[in-house]
Design a protein. Structure first.
Length: 407
């Protein structure tokens, strides 16, 4: 129930920054799938064995795991807008699923699969220069045999079409014939969570609606999960609510949870605020994640403020439980907002390395730095206005901070 948590002795060796990871499991298998440099790696949490997907260099991915052990992987090829798919039934040792090109005009694949045989894919496509303003599309597949995905009639359609607004964190969940497609919409500091619902396994969708109308705060969709248990069957949603514009607020920011049932899929319950530890975004894709326990109850796991640093927390609606981990320390960055130069400071003797910048779409810029004198001045004149995450590794562990470019 999350009251007591211990770290598993099985882990991936320290290999630098991991910009994205996914945990997937079934009754017998449990994998941590993560992006390292240009490759997707799969850590088997039962055996400790790590396998690598080597067919393409990768900048983004998502995956689902079936009850029979088939893992379907969708990747975006680095420096291209190609989205490709592949399948493995042995934890990535061999890739014998029907690999194929999905589209040559796609960005940021996200997938979900029903308890039956329907898989829903979402992605930006075709990607615009300002990627988050791109149309979001949905693709619909059927698993016609183990390891084989086939597109359905009229499989692909545009589902979020307004190219004048930013669309962040889109994802879908399919459960009991319903598909919930949710996303955050609008510019930073005024985002709203929107949703569309399909009643026919993703064939058609109803109109978009606000999940939290007139909230007056900046809402970031954090996670969306199918929930199936003795007390509820439908969808659970985690949202981060930022109360102070332009920065993390360790006192007021909070993770909120809401849910809807399959019988009333557009009627989301009153939201519940979690925890006394405000979330903080240490890396680009480390958002609070929903977890369903054996009883069907939903909890949230997130990186949150703790004293002068951060820690990993879990909350199922009661008192937050801290999870032992290496603390993630904060970089000091000024000025905020920044224009053309950014000053970065860290504890003397820390030796900052593996430094990079990530924007809201996951795009990365590497920064060369081997200095250990505790300060760096970075030329950011080439960055567009927006919010970014600076992250790196020091001798004392990972370090990070968020910053805004505004001219």
């Amino acid at each position: 129930d999350g009251a007591t948590l211990t770290l598993s002795p099985i882990h991936a060796p320290g290999q630098g920054v991991v910009p994205r990871s996914r945990m997937v499991g079934n009754a017998t298998d449990l994998y941590c799938v993560y992006l390292h440099l240009d490759s997707v790696r799969i850590l088997d949490l039962n055996s400790g064995v790590i396998q690598t997907y080597q067919d393409y260099v990768v900048s983004e991915f998502d995956c689902v795991l079936r009850p029979d052990g088939w893992l379907y992987l969708f990747v975006q090829v680095r420096a291209l807008n190609d989205i490709r798919r592949a399948g493995t039934v042995d934890g990535g040792a061999t890739w014998t699923g029907n690999a194929a090109l999905v589209t040559s005009q796609g960005n940021r694949p996200r997938v979900t699969m029903s308890a039956g045989d329907t898989l829903i894919l979402n992605y930006y496509g075709p990607p615009l220069v300002d990627v988050t303003k791109s149309v979001v599309r949905a693709g619909r597949y059927r698993e016609t045999a183990p390891g084989t995905l086939s597109t359905t009639a009229n499989a692909f359609q545009d589902v979020i079409t307004d190219t004048q607004v930013d669309k962040w964190g889109f994802r879908s969940v399919i459960h009991a014939g319903r598909v919930w497609l949710a996303w955050s919409e609008g510019p930073f500091n005024t985002r709203e969570v929107k949703c569309r619902v399909s009643m026919d396994n993703g064939t058609t969708y109803g109109p978009a609606f606000d999940v939290f109308p007139n909230s007056g705060s900046d809402e970031l969709l954090s996670d969306l999960q199918a929930i199936s248990g003795p007390t509820a069957s439908g969808v659970g949603m985690a949202v981060v609510r930022f109360q102070t514009p332009t920065q993390d607020d360790p006192m007021l920011d909070q993770v909120h949870y809401t849910s809807a049932t399959a019988s009333l899929p557009t009627a989301f319950a009153p939201e519940v605020g979690f925890s006394e530890h405000a979330p903080t975004f240490v890396y680009g894709e480390v958002y609070p994640q929903l977890v369903q326990d054996a009883t069907g109850s939903a909890g949230v796991c997130w990186v949150g403020f703790h004293g002068g640093g951060t820690a990993l927390w879990y909350d199922a609606g009661a008192v937050s439980t801290g999870i032992a981990s290496t603390p993630v320390r904060q970089l000091r960055i000024w000025p905020v907002p920044a224009t053309d130069r950014l000053h970065i400071a860290w504890p003397e003797g820390g030796g900052l390395r593996d430094l990079d910048v990530v924007d809201a779409t996951g795009r990365r810029w590497s920064v060369t730095n081997t200095s250990a004198d505790g300060i760096l001045v970075l030329d950011i004149s080439g960055l567009a206005n927006g919010t970014y995450c600076m992250r790196g590794t020091s001798d004392e562990g990972p370090m990070s901070a968020r910053f805004i470019v505004s001219r």
